[in-house]
Design a protein around this ligand. Sequence first.
Ligand code: NAD
Length: 387
Amino acid sequence: MAQNQEATVVFGVLNETSATESRVALTPDIVTRLKRSGISSIIESGAGIAAEYTDEDYEKAGAKVAGRNEVLAEADALGFVDRPSSEIVASLKAGQWVIGMLGSFTDADYIAALEQAGLVGIGIEKLPRKLSSAQSMDEMTSQNSVMGYKAAIAAADAYGSFLPMMTTAAGTIRPAKALVLGAGIAGLQAIGTLRRLGAVVTAYDVRPASKGEVESLGAKFLDLGLDFSAGQGEGGYARALTAEEQAAQQAAVDEKAAGFDIIITTAKVPGRKPPVLLTAAGVKGLHRGAVVVDCAASDLGGNVEGSVIGEQVTEGGVKLIGAPYLASGVATTASNLLARNVADILVHFVRDGKLSQDLSEELDDALVVAGRVATQPDAAESNQAGN
Ligand code: NAD
């Protein structure tokens, strides 16, 4: 295709498959889409296979399939599901771009390492999500939505009974009672999926606006009798609660949690360690066989005290699943959505057939977290002249 021959920017993707990661940052559909924007793709052999995309699928779409070193050498920009390891950063050359969840809110040393290597870092975690032109780039929304769906499925799978009410010849089985803590993108999707599976769902969030959203999905809003609405965070997001507020919230959640069979937690505060909502005492109060899925679990802890990444059964027989990686379990579709998000970010930064940044633009200013190049004085002057 003529457009492909004109391609001046090469986009590269590596194989990130691991025990908990099956997604890939480029899918064949997106190879075709990028070609239309004059961007050619190179992908490491086998990178898509865990998400059911074969090397042949990529080749048919027009991508070059190659070994890791070739991808690293040829790509102008590399896209990641997560972020490049220090080893990969060390093998990149100055001027290359990396696009991924770079952790700029929490890991200044990593960003400094990108700077030192002369790389341009595009941190998707910094996407201004309320900007309407950025919605197709919103990986947090696309992947959290997949995660919320899968959290409900994982909970149903681990639970030793039905979710819907069942009337059988041997008696009637009551529906499962589920509690969703954190009713943002992931939480709302978990609520919808649990409801479709027949559970009776209750949910809670600190944002006052979430009550209506929860109820519109047919779930009950959990009233903790506490009001954290004053000082709600910027842009409609939750703010971090004070220590006193957090203690009051934990005591109230612990008490109310006891009656539930399934608890899914998704509560986060942008750029912060996730708040603990359910303490060890709260987990102890749950019945044997209850299932807790903590989507906020991380190496720094999650929404449930004592949850770690992976599965454990407490002494009291509660199944505690720390599962930040759930979107990976819907790898085919999650990858397609994520690849679209990453590709749209890349296309935004291709101007006149070249990768460039313009920090006077809101999106560029937010996303470029390493290798920032100040807007040329001429451009700034002409902007001012235009004002
Ligand atoms: P998130 O992943 O940062 O947090 C998940 C949820 O946890 C949020 O609803 C938050 O309020 C909640 N939470 C945080 N601390 C809590 C606590 N102590 N107790 C209980 N709940 C707590 O957020 P998200 O899911 O990505 O998005 C949150 C909101 O932003 C949603 O309302 C969403 O609709 C909105 N949003 C809007 C846009 C847009 O306008 N384009 C894009 C993305 C998200």
